[in-house]
Each structure stands twice: as structure tokens, then as C-alpha cells.
Design a protein around this ligand. Structure first.
Ligand code: ADP
Length: 488
């Protein structure tokens, strides 16, 4: 049951609510009680002042040996309030006179215990009162606590002590009633709120359940389906949109893979068909002159080489797509590598009577994956030679432009038609498929691989010029790393 988010949400919500209730109730109880004490204290102080005013007035009228007692009796008679006790202490801390002894005081004080003055707590308070003026103190009693206030006053040159006590029982009873009400209202409120919480959690999570049901039906074959977005702006709408975007990316990726597979098998079909046809022709007669066999083997070798190249390119692309082509950067001189590539392409150029040259360049230290950069340059040189008519020229230059190198391969071919230019870096794209097949060229992967290599090095590959006088492809490669600087 706890696995359900709805239940967990409700439990959390109920727990938090209960905690808030308990803290709130405790704080209210505490503040309420503090407030009662404050009000009681100020009442006690006020009453004591009024009492002493009356007492002083009475003192003037009294005669005889017990004038204080007499005056106090009259003052008590005037100030008999429910729940209050007035006591005038004698010098030993005993009660000289108290409102409890008088009939008016007795009848009024139903919340006050008759034996209060004899209790140990009272005597302790009285003792402290003799020593300290304006003393507030709690006095525990049998019928509940009292709040006591002690005050000194002079009578004919002698210091006397007045105690006023107020029973806190009515307030306690009120608080207990409030607490008892809280005790059943709070659980009821929590139960009701948790029911509401569960309902709300259910309602809010209903779209998630719906999305899950929809998502369950989406598979490789139905990757074009999307989740319904109810409210674009809320969190669940955002989740649905994000999920749909993920599906978009997956769909595109699946589509790319499908196309890649289809194109790859299409590319492999031609050389395989040639291999098969050539072998079948060679074997169709029991014996042939050795030259014919040599010719056939030559064709087979050429096609096998082409197949090898295509398979290698496909493998590179597949690994690059899967992010499994870790770069192995090392320090080397770019102009040396370029010269090496020009040297390697020499035979190809010679076969087509093309002049292949490299412009003089300064030292160009770089930190990069040498094998991949070699492949990039060879792909560009290979294309330049392939698409330049016999007698043409191909040249390579390597220049530094700020924090990057620009390696350009320029040819004197026929150029690339404007409508084809945006597509030449696409996989399996060939501007002139028929011509390519006749030339036994690549599978249309050369430029995409070269572009990927440049980008994998945080650089880029661009067709910087093309026209009737030929084309120029430029690879921009960042120098990168302090090590390449140290090579200088
Ligand atoms: P391929 O393996 O067929 O050469 P690429 O990806 O290397 O494939 O090139 C894609 C297409 O771009 C080629 O088929 C060709 O039409 C065009 N192309 C590439 N380089 C040149 C160039 N130097 N001159 C003219 N066309 C080019």
C-alpha cells in the first residue's frame, strides 16, 4: 500500500497537518496561560492598591489597641470579590486577619479551600512575603493553584504586609474544557483533512496514471504516437511535453537508423552484386585463358577494396553515432601530417595526371587525434582528385587563424551545383550518383565522416568556395591544450 504515491502523499500530508495542529494547540495553550497570568498579576496589583487606600482611610477612624485588625476587617468587608483572598500578616508571618475568616469572604470563595492559610505552601509564600516587597508567586492549593501578590505598607511607623491571592481554578477549568474540545476536534479534523487529501492526491495524479496507460501502448512500431497534454502550463503538462519531446528524439533517431540501415544495405548491394557476377562469369566455363582469370581477379580485388572501404566507413559512423569513438589526442605538427597525406595521395593524382601540391606553411603544432585528422585530410584530397578532370590541379594549404588552423584543399574541378551544396555533408549523399558508380567512388560517407572528425575536435568543415573553376573545402581545427603551445 505504501508503494502508492497517493497513499504516501496522504500520509505525509496528514502527518504534517497533525504536527501543525499539535504545535498550534501547544502554543495557544502556553500563550493563553501566560496572558491569564499577566492579567491576573495586574488585577492583583490594582486590587491591592484599592484595598490599601480603603485600609488607610479606615485606620484614621480606628481607635484602641487593635486598630490595624479593625481597619483591615472593614476594608475586607468592602473588597470581598469572588476567587480573591486578602490576608494581612502579623510580624511573625501568621495571618493577623484574612477574608476567609469573615462571613462575606467565606460564602463568596467557593473555589477556595478553607484550609488554605494553614497549608505549607501558603506559609512558605507568607515567609517570603515578609522579606520581599511586591512579590508575585504561584501558591499550590488543594482546589487548584493560586496566584499570590505580596506588598508591604507602613502603619504608624511599622512595616506591615498585605497578601492578595486569586484562585486560578476557574481559568484552569476553562483551559481543560478547551483542551478536551481540542482532543476530539483535532483528530476529527485530521481524519476529514486526510480524506480530502487522498481525494486531491487521487485527482491530481489521475493525469499521470492516464499518461502511464498511454505510454504503455507506445512501442517501436507506434513511436509516432504522443501523450495528450491537458494543460501546457502545469507541471504534469510539462512532464507530458518533455516525454513527447523525448519520443520525438527517439523517433528521429529510429528513423535515422532505419535510413542508415537501408542506405547501407543499398550501398553494399552493388559491390556484392559485381563480385558475384564476376565470379559467376569466371566460373561459367570449365577453363579460360589465364589473362581472363587475372582480369576477373582484378575486378574482384577492386570491388573487395571498395567494399572494405564502405564497411570501414559504416563502422566509423556507427561508432561515432553511439558515442563510442574515443579521441586519442596527442601532440604533433599539422603541416607535417598534411605533407604526409599529400604524399600518400600522390599515386591517385598521378593516375589521373593531376598536379598535386602543398603550399609552404609555417610550423603548426596541434593537439588532436592524429589518425582521425589524417583520415579527414585524405577524404578531402581523395574527393578533390576524384572530382577534378585529368590535367587539373589540387593543392593543400595550412594556415593559422588566431586560435585555430585552417587546412584547405583546393581543386580545379567542375564545382558543386548550388542546389546540391547544402546536402553534400549528408550521409550517403552523392551529387552525381551515376558518375560516382562509374568511377567506383565511395558510398557518399567521405564528407560526413570528415565533418564529424572536425566537429569531434570542436572545429568545423566548410565548403568555402565552389564554382566553374573548382572547389575549396576548409577544415577549421582549434589548436587546443597548453601542450601544443609547449611544442613551439
Ligand atoms: P563520396 O564518397 O561519394 O565521395 P562524399 O561524402 O565524400 O561522398 O561526397 C559527397 C558528394 O559531394 C560527392 O558525391 C560529390 O558529388 C560532392 N563532392 C565532394 N567533394 C567534391 C569536390 N571536391 N568537387 C566536386 N564535388 C564534390
Amino acid at each position: 500500500m505504501l508503494e502508492s504515491v497517493r497513499v504516501r502523499l496522504t500520509l505525509w500530508y496528514t502527518g504534517a497537518l497533525a504536527l501543525v495542529f499539535v504545535v498550534l494547540a501547544a502554543a495557544s495553550y502556553f500563550l493563553f496561560w501566560q496572558n491569564i497570568l499577566q492579567r491576573t498579576d495586574s488585577d492583583l496589583a490594582e486590587l491591592s492598591s484599592a484595598f490599601l487606600t480603603t485600609l488607610n482611610a479606615e485606620l484614621e477612624d480606628q481607635k484602641g489597641p487593635e486598630i490595624l485588625k479593625g481597619a483591615a476587617q472593614s476594608a475586607i468587608a468592602e473588597h470581598h470579590f469572588r476567587d480573591y483572598v486578602f490576608v494581612v500578616l502579623d510580624s511573625s508571618g501568621g495571618a493577623l486577619i484574612s477574608s476567609l475568616e469573615l462571613p462575606a469572604g467565606k460564602s463568596a470563595a467557593e473555589s477556595i479551600h478553607g484550609g488554605l492559610l494553614a497549608s505549607a505552601a501558603f506559609r512558605k509564600f507568607a515567609g517570603a512575603a515578609l522579606r520581599k516587597d511586591a512579590l508575585y508567586q504561584n501558591v499550590p492549593g488543594e482546589k487548584g493553584d493560586y496566584r499570590g501578590y505580596a506588598r508591604h505598607f507602613p502603619v504608624r511607623g511599622q512595616t506591615q504586609t498585605l497578601l492578595v491571592l486569586r484562585s486560578l481554578r476557574p481559568q484552569r477549568v476553562l483551559l481543560e474544557e478547551i483542551t478536551a474540545t481540542f482532543a476530539w476536534v483535532m483528530p476529527l479534523a485530521i481524519v476529514l483533512a486526510s480524506g480530502g487529501g487522498y481525494f486531491l492526491a487521487r485527482k491530481s495524479l489521475a493525469p499521470v496514471v492516464e499518461m502511464a496507460t498511454q505510454a504503455e501502448h507506445i512501442g517501436a512500431a507506434t513511436l509516432h504516437e504522443r501523450l495528450a497534454v491537458r494543460n501546457e502550463k502545469d507541471e504534469l503538462g510539462h512532464l507530458a511535453r518533455t516525454f513527447n519531446e523525448l519520443l520525438d528524439r527517439l523517433d528521429q533517431s529510429f528513423e535515422r537508423q532505419r535510413r542508415f540501415m537501408a542506405d547501407a544495405s543499398h550501398e553494399l548491394r552493388t559491390p556484392v552484386a559485381i563480385l558475384r557476377g564476376e565470379a559467376e562469369v569466371a566460373l561459367s566455363q570449365p577453363s579460360r585463358p589465364p589473362e581472363e582469370y587475372r582480369d576477373s581477379l582484378g575486378v574482384l580485388l577492386g570491388e573487395a577494396q571498395r567494399l572494405t572501404q564502405i564497411v570501414e566507413d559504416l563502422f566509423t559512423m556507427a561508432r561515432a553515432d553511439a558515442g563510442q569513438y574515443p579521441l586519442e589526442p596527442r601532440d604533433f605538427y599539422l603541416e607535417d601530417l598534411a605533407a604526409d597525406c599529400v604524399h600518400s595521395a600522390r599515386t591517385l593524382a598521378l593516375a589521373k595526371n593531376i598536379t598535386l601540391s602543398m603550399e609552404p606553411s609555417e610550423e603548426s603544432p596541434i593537439r588532436a587525434d592524429e589518425a582521425l585528422i589524417r583520415r579527414l585530410l585524405l577524404n578531402l584530397l581523395d574527393n578533390a582528385i576524384k572530382y577534378t578532370p585529368p590535367g587539373g590541379q589540387v593543392s593543400l594549404s595550412c594556415k593559422r587563424l588566431g586560435e585555430q588552423y585552417a587546412v584547405s584543399v583546393t581543386d580545379t574541378g567542375e564545382g558543386i551545383p548550388a542546389e546540391m551544396q547544402p546536402r553534400i555533408f549528408e550521409r550517403f549523399f552523392r551529387a552525381d550518383a551515376a558518375r560516382m558508380r562509374a568511377d567506383a567512388g565511395g558510398a557518399g560517407l567521405g564528407l560526413s565522416i570528415a565533418k564529424w572528425i572536425a566537429e569531434a575536435h570542436d572545429g568545423r568543415l566548410e565548403l568555402t568556395r565552389t564554382g566553374a573553376t573548382g572547389s575549396t573545402f576548409t577544415a577549421y581545427l582549434p589548436i587546443t591544450g597548453e601542450k601544443s603551445q609547449s611544442l613551439r
